[in-house]
Every structure is written in C-alpha cells, then in structure tokens.
Design a protein around this ligand. Structure first.
Ligand SMILES: [Zn+2]
Length: 178
C-alpha cells in the first residue's frame, strides 16, 4: 500500500517524522524483528529514540489509532471503490485519479454548503482550504496531471461563483501548482 494515502496530522510528532513509514510498517506488523516476532510498542519507542525521535507509548498508540488505522481504512475503501468502478465500467481507473475524484467531491460539497456571497475573501480562502484539507492528499499526489485536472474543476466552480483572480491563484498554490 502506498504512503500516498496517509494524511499527516499537523501536531503529531510521529506523522511528521522521517521515520514515519518505517514506524507504520512496524505497527502494522509488515516489518518484524530479526527473530521474526512483531515489534512491541515500547520497542518501537526505543527504536525511535535511538534515531532522535523522542516519543512515548501513549503518543505512539494515539498515532496508531487516530492517524494510521483510519488512513488504512480509507485506502482500503478507495481500493475497493476503484475495483468496483473498473468492474462496472470495464475501464481501468488509477487509484490516484479515484482518490482525487473523492477529494474533489468533498471540496465541492463544502463550497456548495456555503453562503458564498456573504463571505469576505479570507473566509472564502479558509473555506476552500478546509475543503481541500478534508482530503489532505492532493498536495501529495505525485501525478501532477491529476492535480491539474482537479484544480481546473475547482477553479471553474469558483469562477462561476464569482471568485477573483487572487483566490484562484491561492487555490493553485494549495494544489502545489504555482
Ligand atoms: Zn500521527
């Protein structure tokens, strides 16, 4: 499974550590100790400390339950969805594109629910940002063409809603296109 799908929690040390991928593999049991047994929580904490990551069992549990497991669930759901769409349509849909579509749908839903005209520019930007962060994924998508496609759809929606050039520019920034 690709780390593409693992959103980062801003305040979680483990999410933001360069050791994260390895720690996640240990927590999932995909990576075992030399003797073939699974890493225990306190051993992972020690392993991290030796490499400069100072964390605790409590923080590690929090990361596992609140950040890692939901991300795995979301990834599995996406895989199932991609599989279902492929079977129904006979067309291959890339996981990146399927995920981008899901995030886009969420973003547009957030925008739809707003009384757009009554907001000032900053509030509008925050709303867009929130919609995008709901997925917290697009900026990490390696497929720039998919990002571009999603950004274009959001831009079109925003233009129709009367958003100015500055907002559109910031949206492109959020998508990592500027
Ligand atoms: Zn975390």
């Amino acid at each position: 499974m690709s780390s593409l799908f693992y959103p980062r929690e801003a305040r979680c040390k483990i999410c933001n550590s360069p050791l994260r991928d390895e720690i996640d593999e240990m927590l999932l049991g995909n990576h075992c100790k030399d003797d073939g047994s699974r890493w225990r929580m306190e051993e992972i904490v020690d392993w991290g400390r030796e490499r400069g990551l100072h964390t605790s069992i409590a923080a590690l549990s929090r990361h596992k339950n609140n950040h890692l497991n939901p991300a795995i669930q979301a990834a599995l759901e996406t895989e199932r969805m991609v599989e279902a769409i492929s079977q129904a349509t006979g067309r291959k849909l890339s996981v990146a594109r399927a995920y981008a579509n899901a995030v886009l749908a969420k973003t547009l839903r957030v925008l739809d629910d707003l009384d757009w005209q009554s907001l000032d520019d900053n509030q509008r930007l925050r709303a867009i940002d929130r919609g995008l962060r709901a997925g917290e994924v697009l900026s990490r998508l390696e497929r720039a063409d998919v990002r571009l496609e999603v950004a274009a759809k959001v831009e079109q929606t925003l233009s129709e809603a009367g958003a100015g050039a500055e907002i559109i520019r910031r949206v492109r920034e959020i998508y990592g296109l500027e």
